[in-house]
Write a protein that binds this ligand. Sequence first.
Ligand code: SAM
Ligand code: SF4
Length: 352
Amino acid sequence: MTVVAMGMPAVRTGQPSMDGRPDSPLLIDRFGRVARDLRVSITEKCSLRCTYCMPEEGLPPIPADELLTAGEIVRLVTLAAHELGVREVRFTGGEPLMRRDLEKIIAGCRAELPDIPIAMTTNGVGLEHRARNLVAAGLNRINVSLDTVDRDGFARLTRRDRLDSVLAGIRTARDAGLAPIKINAVLMRDTLAGAADLLQWCIDERCELRFIEEMPLDADHEWARANMITAEELLAQLGRHFTLTEVGRDDPAAPAERWLVNGGPATVGIIASVTRKFCGDCDRTRLTADGRIRSCLFSDQEYDVRAALRSGAGDAEIAGLWRGAMWNKWAGHGIDAAGFVPPERTMGAIGG
Ligand code: SAM
Ligand code: SF4
């Protein structure tokens, strides 16, 4: 059965087609990929309003009874690791720090899964007050999103004057044992000139910087292929300040291509999701804050695992739903194709 709500992708509540699927417990798809990296969005709320992601007023709130609870998240993450071969989990949003029970979610997953790396992608606002407790709960890694170290530029881009809090959060997290911290940066025309300063700041603070090409997942639908900062343009900009030597990818499923900066050991990465897409090596599966499985950022289909969970489905039934959702994953996004239509859910509503 398919349910379509205004502004949302088609939500499937029945069992997805398993046509042609070999018998495997893993999250395989028709194109030979295996999803082992689970991204869990835990909220749509955010303390910032990055122009390439959120609308000025924020996303429409998810009603409390539609949000997955801490216990439900722990159950689904545990099931994904035990039954489906997931090997790493990353919490994201929205902004994961907006959930007061984040430490409880992480501690719950850690208790069930002592050996699975638990990571978080965060904007870093307020992180300085929680980094130590998050580490104590079992968090292993973080990526902090920081697009510029220029205070005015940061305030324009995020529509909030919170740069100091983000920088303090990064330093506290590093000192709390989360090093090496990865910094994610999405560049816009306005922040391109500050890319070299950002890279120098990351080198000085022993953080690993990775630039991400802007994707058509902004709430204001202002993304335009002709305006986005491509990997090529960024490399030319950085090349005016640093000597860059290409070293490639750590492994095929790692989206970032890396360059040594001034001969190393510092490196900079670029995730060229648009101009050098890597869908053929994608190993991700996604769970939204309202309990839908998505096989791709750009999917137009979602599978309602919350309904299954709350109607008393056992682990085997939920695992079957998840396997089916991933079996039907498409080959890749078609951003460069004529007639490309961006997904209804924006980045903040999916979880990047
Ligand atoms: N609030 C957290 C943060 O900013 O890190 C987690 C959620 S955010 C949606 C996750 C990542 O998605 C961030 O690194 C952000 O820069 C990236 N992102 C958001 N919108 C994007 C877009 N349109 N294109 C590419 N990356 C985007
Ligand atoms: Fe919030 Fe992260 Fe989106 Fe920025 S990128 S608006 S911090 S969810």
